[in-house]
Design a protein around this ligand. Structure first.
Ligand SMILES: Cc1cc2nc3c(=O)[nH]c(=O)nc-3n(C[C@H](O)[C@H](O)[C@H](O)COP(=O)(O)O)c2cc1C
Length: 209
């Protein structure tokens, strides 16, 4: 079946995109308003986009009233944000933080979370998160009804128990977002298969091999 998005509604396009491009990691973004209110909200239009420099991207839509979300306003005003990763024990708090609280209400207090200081930026991270990435805004790209924020990672915070020799990360299992609006997955069902080189492939596929 072919589905031409031009023949369908915006809502259908959203449904198709968010149910087919899966799983998506979740950036649980802490940001700070000019008044010092710490805001927290999840975003699954999120990914790593470069390792040198270390760039990640988060795409934030306008809200139903067509206004910028608190996260977008705060990132634009402060030029920084923290991506906190969401593991299963934090699911309820993450879900609560997605509610449309007014800008002067900090989602952190309502979700019984705590802040911990960042080292390179002023915006705090979430103390309960197993991993957090301090980001400085690198660029902003308007994308229709969304704004794409690219941030440079200036500092990684990772729970000690997750970090093995040579910075190997063990047993880190953040949740993923599947279909919209509320389907998620665990990342605990894993397999590890080494990549093969062309030379290895030639050897394996040589006549008589
Ligand atoms: C798991 C999850 C992922 C989400 N992903 C996005 C996203 O990528 N972009 C977006 O604009 N909103 C996304 N939302 C909705 C925002 O979290 C929601 O609009 C939130 O209220 C925004 O908060 P703020 O106004 O404090 O920034 C997502 C919600 C959930 C629960």
């Amino acid at each position: 079946m072919q589905i031409d998005p031009a023949q369908h509604s915006t809502a259908d396009g959203y449904k198709l995109l968010t149910n087919l491009v899966v799983p998506r990691p979740i950036a649980w973004v802490s940001s700070q308003s000019p008044d010092g209110v710490i805001n927290l909200a999840p975003f699954s239009f999120f990914n790593a986009v470069s390792s040198h420099p270390l760039y990640i991207m988060v795409s934030v839509a306008r809200n139903e009233a067509g206004e910028a979300k608190d996260t977008a306003r705060n990132i634009e005003a402060s030029g920084e944000f923290v991506v906190n990763m969401v593991t299963e024990e934090l699911f309820d708090a993450m879900n609560l933080s997605a509610a449309d609280f007014p800008p002067d209400q900090s989602e952190l207090e309502l979700a019984h979370l705590h802040t911990a200081p960042s080292l390179r930026i002023n915006t705090p991270r979430i103390a309960e998160a197993q991993a957090s990435l301090e980001c400085k805004l690198f660029s902003t790209q308007p994308l229709g009804t969304y704004t794409l924020f690219i941030g440079e990672v200036l500092m990684f915070h990772v729970a000690d128990r997750l970090v093995g020799p040579r910075l190997h990360i063990n047993d880190f299992a953040p949740l993923g977002r599947l279909g919209s609006p509320s389907v998620y997955c665990r990342t605990t069902d894993r397999f590890d298969i080494a990549r093969i080189s062309y030379a290895q492939w030639l050897k394996d596929n040589a006549p008589g091999a």
